[in-house]
Design a protein around this ligand. Structure first.
Ligand code: NAD
Length: 368
C-alpha cells in the first residue's frame, strides 16, 4: 500500500468514505479486516430493492484503500443496473480484496472473507471476479452458503462465459438491425479485442454466421491459435484503431472508448463484453453518438453471465437462462428506440430504464 488514508485527520463532512457513500447512494459498505490471515476487503451493497445484492469478488493490488473503495462502489452500482435491466430480481453488490492474487491467496484468507459474507445473512451474495478462481470460491463456500458461480460438480451453474458470449452476440445483432436494417452479420468485418473465455465463444458464433473476423490479443500464442482455427486475421494492438471494420467488439479491458480512440475508430457499431467500456459515461457516449456509431450498452449485453448465476438464486433452468439472455436482443432494440425518441445516448437510455424499474418496484414495496 503506497498511501494509507488517515481518516482521523479529516472532519466528518470531508471524510472521503462518507462523501462517496452519499454521492453514490449506496445502502451499506462493509470494511473487512483480519490481521491473522492478512485479509483486507470491502463489500459494497448498492441497492437491494429488487433482491439480494449479487456481484463478484475482485482481488487486486490497489495502490491504496481509496482506490479500492472507488472501484467497489462503481462496480456495485453497475451490478444494480445490470440486474435491473435484465429483469432479474437481484440487487447490486460487489466485493474487493486488496492484495496480490498471484502471491497472497490462501485458504485462511478466503475462509475469513466467507465469514464476513455470511455475517450479512444473504443480503450480499458473492461470486468470482478478476483474480479469483473457483478454487477460492470453494473456500468461501466452506463458511457461507451465499456464494454463486460454483462449479457444476458442486451444484453450481459453472462457467458463465458461454452465456455471456451469447448475450453479446444477441446485442450485436440488434445493433446491426438498428444500423443496417438487417441483423445478419454475414460478411461484416468484426474486430474482437480479447479472445479469452468470452471472446472465443463470440468468435465461434460470428464464424457460424460467416462474419469476416479480425482478432487482437496481447497473448500471441492464444490469438494465433484461435485465428488459425477460425481463419481470422490477427491485428496488432498498435494498429487496432487504424483498422477498417464494421463492428468493434471490446472483450478484454474497460475504458477502451476514450478521447484518443473514439476519434480514430472506424467502426459503425460497438458491441462487446468488457465492463465499463466508456472511459467516461457521458462524454464518450456522446462522442460515439455524434460520430453515428451505435453503442450497445455493455452492462446490458454482457449480462448473460449474471443471468446464468441467477439460476442458483432463483432456481430457474439453464433453458430459461438462455431464453432470458436471448431477450437481450429485444431489450437492446428498445433502448435504441428510447435513445432515438429522446435524443439521448444509448448508455443513458439503458440507465434510465434500469433506474425506472428499481424506482417502480420500490414504490410497490412501500405501498404493500
Ligand atoms: P479472460 O481473462 O478470459 O480474457 C481476456 C482476454 O483479453 C485474454 O485473452 C487477454 O490476453 C486479453 N487481453 C488483456 N489485455 C488486452 C489488451 N490490452 N489488448 C488485447 N487483449 C487483451 O476474460 P473473459 O472472462 O473472457 O472476460 C472478458 C471481458 O468481459 C472482461 O472485461 C470481463 O470483465 C467481461 N465480462 C466477462 C463475463 C464472463 O462471463 N466471463 C461477464 C461479464 C463481463
Amino acid at each position: 500500500m503506497s498511501e494509507v488514508l488517515d481518516l482521523e485527520k479529516v472532519s466528518v463532512d470531508q471524510n472521503p468514505v462518507i462523501q462517496k457513500m452519499l454521492q453514490n447512494e449506496h445502502e451499506q459498505i462493509v470494511f473487512c479486516q483480519d490481521k491473522v490471515s492478512g485479509l483486507k476487503a470491502i463489500i459494497a451493497i448498492h441497492n437491494t430493492t429488487l433482491g439480494p445484492a449479487l456481484g463478484g469478488t475482485r482481488m487486486w493490488m490497489y495502490d491504496n484503500e481509496v482506490e479500492a473503495l472507488n472501484d467497489v462502489l462503481r462496480l456495485s452500482r453497475g451490478m444494480s443496473y445490470k440486474a435491473s435491466i435484465s429483469g432479474l430480481n437481484l440487487g447490486g453488490g460487489k466485493a474487493v480484496i486488496i492484495g496480490d492474487s498471484y502471491t497472497q491467496k490462501t485458504e485462511a484468507l478466503f475462509r475469513r472473507f466467507g465469514k464476513f459474507v455470511d455475517s450479512l445473512n444473504g443480503k450480499y451474495i458473492t461470486a468470482e471476479d478478476v483474480g479469483v478462481s473457483p478454487r477460492e470460491m470453494e473456500f468461501v463456500n466452506m463458511e457461507t452458503k451465499h456464494v454463486t458461480g460454483l462449479p457444476e460438480s458442486l451444484g453450481g451453474s459453472g462457467d458463465p462465459s458461454p452465456v455471456t458470449a451469447y448475450g453479446v452476440y444477441m446485442g450485436m445483432k440488434a445493433a446491426a438491425k438498428e444500423q443496417w436494417g438487417s441483423d445478419s452479420l454475414s460478411g461484416k468485418r468484426v474486430l474482437v479485442q480479447g479472445v479469452g473465455h468470452v471472446g472465443q465463444t463470440l468468435v465461434d458464433y460470428l464464424s457460424k454466421e460467416n462474419a469476416s473476423i479480425m482478432l487482437c490479443d496481447i497473448n500471441e500464442g492464444r490469438v494465433n491459435e484461435i485465428a488459425a482455427k477460425y481463419g481470422a486475421e490477427v491485428i496488432a494492438d498498435k494498429d487496432l484503431f487504424e483498422t477498417d471494420m464494421d463492428i468493434y467488439a471490446p472483450c478484454a479491458l474497460g475504458a477502451t472508448l476514450n478521447d484518443n480512440s473514439i476519434g480514430k475508430l472506424k467502426a459503425q457499431i460497438v458491441a462487446g463484453a468488457a465492463n465499463n467500456q466508456l472511459a467516461d459515461e457521458n462524454t464518450h457516449g456522446k462522442m460515439l453518438q455524434e460520430k453515428g456509431i451505435i453503442y450497445a450498452p455493455d452492462f446490458l449485453i454482457n449480462a448473460g453471465g449474471l443471468i446464468n448465476v441467477y439460476r442458483e438464486v432463483a432456481g430457474i433452468s439453464r433453458e430459461k437462462a438462455m431464453e432470458l439472455t436471448e431477450n437481450i436482443y429485444n431489450t437492446t432494440l428498445d433502448i435504441f428506440s428510447k435513445a432515438n425518441e429522446q435524443g439521448i445516448t444509448t448508455h443513458k437510455a439503458a440507465l434510465q430504464i434500469a433506474e425506472e424499474r428499481i424506482a417502480s418496484v420500490a414504490n410497490i414495496k412501500t405501498r404493500l
